[in-house]
Design a binder for this molecule. Sequence first.
Ligand SMILES: *Cc1c(COP(=O)(O)O)cnc(C)c1O
Length: 393
Amino acid sequence: MKLSRGRNQVAIPGPSIIPDRVLNAMHQAAPDIYGEALISMTDGIYRDLKRVARTDGEVIVYLGNGHAAWEAALSNLLSPGDRALFISTGRFTHGWAAMAQALGIDVDLLEFGFESDVDPDVLAARLRSEGAENYRAVLLVQTDTASSVSNDIRAVRNVLDAVGHPALLMVDCVASLGCEPFEMDAWGVDVTVAACQKGLMVPPGLAFTFHSARANAARVPCRSPYWDWGPRMDAEVFYKRFCGTPPTHHLFGLRTALDILLEEEGLEQAWARHEIFARAIWAAVEHWGQEGNLTLNISDASKRSTAVTAIRTGPGEAKRLRAWCSDMGLTLGVGFVAPDADGDSMFRIGHMGHNNPPMILGTLATIEAGLVALKIPHKTGGIVAASGIIAAA
Ligand SMILES: *Cc1c(COP(=O)(O)O)cnc(C)c1O
């Protein structure tokens, strides 16, 4: 029976839920793009973005998505023919590496598959191997949104230091910024790339790059005037910061989202909340999985993202479950099992950004109802396990 009145729940790993207050902040008349009010609001946004990334470095804001941030970072630091090491723990580094290849960068891939994080010893061995001294950059994702693994970025920095390798450390935090602990400066990250539509709760449209003083000194002549950090950093007139018209209404939305994240909740509190919701989801899946085929893609809890969870099912079960939940008003994330496979036996729950217990528990309860309705084998009571985590928090 059709039951899906009310507000739909979208539990995909980005774009994430947009707070009504962010939407409302965007709903206003066009501002004077040369006016002092917009300029000073933008100054404040830049300051606060750096607080979110925990850096005193530079932030650049583009009209763009995560792919734009990828290309921007590559374009400012790597020239055609430069060699770089891309570390893959799922799918997203492959996308970044493919873009680098198209830009003429000499790409090496260090592959850890779809169910593990970076192994520091394997990375150290690669960095000590013949020819590795040419790597100008080492690039990876903090959270791979496909596998839902979370990499220990500090450990990667430690490997570079231990080997004495001078490569720039470039990290994709599109899925994790604002959700998972990240300390750009303390962890020695040279470049962070992010976007506004995941942990930062703003509709897709803004891309961010953050870079350290070391990365700034290592800039190469940027062949794209649009991506070039130089004019944007030294903008003597406001429009040059955006290489054209500023993204006025996205900035209004982002201002409100940053207020919610930094002033009302607090960044560390947001990290802690994400962890509790993640643990509730893991408890439910582990409980269901005591019978049947549901399992968490990342078996080691300490290596799981707290922003997104990938779940494996028996053949075809994920596809049926997603369809059933969709009819009920719940959108679950599609699964990426491998670049050449479809998502029929894997799905993802996005739990980044603007969520509360009714949203998380509602998602899990709807999934459990779907498991029952579709006669997908599972141990009943996952929702009780999840509730226990929320109750204990
Ligand atoms: C979503 C995502 C991207 C891509 O972002 P787009 O806005 O879709 O271009 C890149 N990296 C990670 C880790 C992501 O989660």
